[in-house]
Ligand binder design. Sequence first.
Ligand code: FAD
Length: 496
Amino acid sequence: MHTVVVGAGAAGLFCALHAADRGPVTLVAPEAPLGAATEWAQGGIAAALGPDDSPELHAADTFRAGGGLCDARAVAVLVHDAPETVSELRAAGMAFDEGAGPALEGGHSARRVLHAGGDASGRVLHRFLAGRVKEDRRIDRIDARVLEVTTSAGHATGIVLEDGRAIDAERVVLATGGACGIFGRRTGPATSLGDGMALAWKAGAALADLEFVQFHPTALDVPGMPARLLTEALRGEGALLVDADGNRFMHRFHELGELAPRDVVARAVLRVRAETGRPVYLDARGIPGVAERFPVAAETCARVGLDLSRDLLPVAPAAHYFMGGILTDTWARTSLPGLLAAGEVAATGVHGANRLASNSLAEALVFGRRAANAADEPTDLALSDKRDSLAGPPPGLGLPLDEIRTRADRVLGVRRTGRELESLVADLDGAEEEGGAPVASLVAWLIAQAALRRHESRGGHYREDFPKPDPKWRVRLAVDAGGWWLVPVPEPASRG
Ligand SMILES: Cc1cc2nc3c(=O)[nH]c(=O)nc-3n(C[C@H](O)[C@H](O)[C@H](O)COP(=O)(O)OP(=O)(O)OC[C@H]3O[C@@H](n4cnc5c(N)ncnc54)[C@H](O)[C@@H]3O)c2cc1C
């Protein structure tokens, strides 16, 4: 069986290595390593390996973060398979930081987060997997962007590359990462524009959970510089959030103070900035040996002339992670036979409305491997014939990327309102501007519609006009070219 894997982050690389045991593999992705969010990951990989931990505790923490929308079947797969995946990587030679054992991170009730290279975990993992793929003669690697998933008789049949070349395959796995690049303020690659979501949508597959975007509360905020992430682990080790007069404020907003959930901290930072009209700072000066313990954070600060161990660091929220994406079952199968999806591009239901820190690398590895091993069986996804229609014709060329980013920061960001969402959807309906960015425009159009439909606030979706969660909305929203429908959230913790 010939498998085409699109994307070379954690999900795509691990999938390719496993798929090679079943037949020839073609791995297609631009060579640039910084195009993969995996390379940027700092915190680590969550897996219940510590003496006081268990998959059940990991599941409970994942559910708590997910705001009632996690799919229990997908969570069960993640928490049971993550430890074994880490053991597999270790046995293959991946060098985790072994000294102090797994680390504690916000939202985790046990020491569960594995690091490699200190706060360079993603880079170490990415290079390790890329090295293994390079040595594997069964995997043919092509340096290109994919523009289309081809179909015939309701089945994915291959891909088309940017140079027009078509490659046929029995199975196509999309592992193209998230879509933070549609925002101006983002912590990840500018090239993460949601390609996989657009490819799947155009091929006829369903997407879900698009309204749920995680904003990281502490990205550097220096005018004219990219919004680089200052890892949560800094706050875990005692870094404080202070206003421009040096006063702490997080306890006004949450009993856990600086360690409150990301969405709460993000809204608090914005609120204090609005109230005072001045910046908010992260103060990591009290952490002993901070620059040595957090080399990536120290390097990030040095690049903008700041010293992590001496300076107050101006911070503001930035788009960080997409909980939503291509709707998949627990074997990474989408609603289109022959098309699978894994990693950040997929909506497995693992994260619900909000991702628990360090669950995404684990998800990319666990479901990347499952995509490689999935049987050719029909999916059990909850699809529906009864759909609500889409807003209008989808964007064609759309609006230029700069404009999408400015509008996404304002309209699709930490705080949303129905009025602004409606106006963004209307401006994108059928938009055909010269110099338009079709993929980013389509993704922004779909996110805005999903956010408009969900009349409540939950996890990574906050509506100023509906500021509370509503039990009626304990359902997932899915969409394909035929329209929108609601997906029930299964309770039983059964493995798929
Ligand atoms: C700053 C930062 C820190 C993070 N820290 C952590 C952490 O500590 N722990 C954690 O669990 N998660 C963390 N995350 C999230 C995590 O890094 C990502 O969710 C995860 O790496 C996604 O892996 P992936 O394989 O799905 O996608 P990616 O790693 O983003 O890879 C996507 C791949 O697809 C390719 N691609 C995209 N479009 C196309 C196309 N059209 N054709 C061909 N190829 C294409 C890209 O070039 C890339 O190779 C962090 C994210 C960021 C931005």
